[in-house]
Design a binder for this molecule. Structure first.
Ligand code: AMP
Ligand code: ZN
Length: 114
């Protein structure tokens, strides 16, 4: 499958992997938008929340909790923001479900209507 995250998972594209288990892996984003910018990527390929199965949802909840276990390893002690871009208006560029983990600085929360 021609999916950048599936290729990263198989080691066909290099990445800086910070954590991995049998359900997901966490890499450093190649184009960071904050001082610390990671991606938590479920290993099963599905595009979006609407394609999540019940099992995906359970694994996803476990993966979110795992992020909080990795606070020290990822340097998230001062807080962090999780972002999931879904579809065109959100600017989703990779059609494989993933969570952005943004941290390492005070995170602006702009009024997007402007
Ligand atoms: P999104 O726009 O929400 O779909 O996010 C996709 C993210 O994947 C962007 O922040 C990209 O910088 C990131 N990205 C794309 N290719 C790679 C790669 N090879 N290694 C790490 N991050 C990547
Ligand atoms: Zn994929």
């Amino acid at each position: 499958m021609d999916c950048v995250f599936c290729k990263i998972m198989k080691g066909e594209i290099p990445s800086e992997k910070l954590y991995e288990n049998d359900e997901m892996f966490i890499i450093r984003d190649i184009e960071p938008k904050a001082a610390k910018h990671y991606l938590m990527i479920p290993k099963r390929h599905y595009k979006s929340i609407s394609e999540m199965t019940d099992e995906d949802g359970v694994a996803f909840a476990r993966s979110l909790k795992k992020i909080s276990d990795l606070t020290d390893k990822l340097g998230l002690q001062n807080g962090y923001r999780l972002v999931i871009n879904q579809g065109d208006d959100a600017g989703q560029t990779v059609p494989h479900m993933h969570v952005h983990i943004l941290a390492g600085q005070p995170l602006d929360f702009p009024d997007l209507r402007k």
